[in-house]
Design a protein around this ligand. Sequence first.
Ligand code: FMN
Ligand code: SF4
Length: 422
Amino acid sequence: MTIKLCTDTFDLKDPGSLKTYLDNNGYLAWKNIVKEQTPKSKIIEKIKDSGLRGKGGAGFLTGLKWSFIPLMDGQKYLVCNSDESEPGTCKDRDILRYNPHAVIEGMLIASYAIGASVGYNYLRGEFMDEQWKVFNDALSEAYEEKLIGENILSSNITIDLHALIGAGAYIVGEETAMLESIEGKRGMPRIKPPFPAIKGLYDKPTIINNTETLASVPKIMLNEPGWYKSLGVDDSEGMKIFCMSGHINNPGNFEIALGTPFSDLLDLAGGIFNQKNIKAVIPGGSSVPVVKGEVMMKVNMDYDSITEVGSMLGSGGVIVMDESTCMVSVLHRISRFYYSESCGQCTPCREGTGWLYKILTNIISGNGTQNDLHQLERIATQIEGHCICALGDAAAMPVRSFLKNFWSEFEYYVDKKESMVS
Ligand SMILES: Cc1cc2nc3c(=O)[nH]c(=O)nc-3n(C[C@H](O)[C@H](O)[C@H](O)COP(=O)(O)O)c2cc1C
Ligand code: SF4
């Protein structure tokens, strides 16, 4: 696959510089829009028609989201979500590192289309040392070229973009918690509705998009209508970066057309370590249900195909596990993450994530009982769908799917007080 949207400068010399970006048709889409004063509705229609779906996890249609912004004048905001903390997901950090101008151009086009004069890129706290610097340098370069700021390229368009850095909490990746954090408050999700497009940052209409989503926008605008659609399959149009990790020979980020067979993606990632057999795959970041390896080998990497086998494409964080993996230990580790990252606002999530972790720790320590397995299922069911934000579901879904797919391994652990695979 040669066409890439977000990873197109990764292999070039000095990939993040303005020169490299300009040499590769960078800012051409934005310059055309500024010159022609393209009607906002035309841009939103083009993004809608492209079928671009949000790459942050939920896969919501980007153009449709932009169209929810009220038409009347007044302050509006754009927020780029670069918090990227979902275990298994490591794409946005590379886009920021190797193609920061694609994010900036995407933010400019999105801001213009929704009528926002201010945009923020909120970066994960751990990106302080590298991506934060690279992105801020890129912002300065773009300001110097008058691509951002007051009277952009001598037009009457004014858009200011800023970068912000978090303090290391997974929960601020949830869009409304991010808005709270930008406002200087503790990052806790808000009850929805109202949705941010109506009442967002400082109570003003706000659109929040993922880094990869926004970095995909310039090329869609630059190409003919129908181009992006032609790259993928129905309802999963275009490209997606999959972050391949786990028991594979060549881990990393791979930008491929949606609908590509998982087996091809696995080949790109060098196949399984030491010719071992594949046991399980988490296809979309640690919060989505696990799928048995033999099932995954027949699945295509698109939204519908992954849903059909009981999981989700999510953020594209693909964690591959071979036959030597203890599924009880993996679930124990995942549950520790959600327990420590719960913001504590909702009782089912605050208490439930703690109990899930406590029971799994008991099982791992050799003190588990058969009843504990049923208790895990009951607690997960009580969390799912009963919380303010999707972190509760993210904690519950792995538990239910690990038990469903690998019940005998959990039973073995509580009976024999040791792992089936050790
Ligand atoms: C607990 C939690 C963490 C999240 N973390 C991220 C994240 O790190 N990056 C991201 O883009 N979206 C994250 N999301 C999803 C955002 O709330 C939001 O849906 C997304 O940024 C919208 O962008 P998109 O439409 O371009 O996908 C998270 C959601 C939840 C519930
Ligand atoms: S579901 Fe969990 S993380 Fe989300 S608001 Fe409730 S307590 Fe906080």
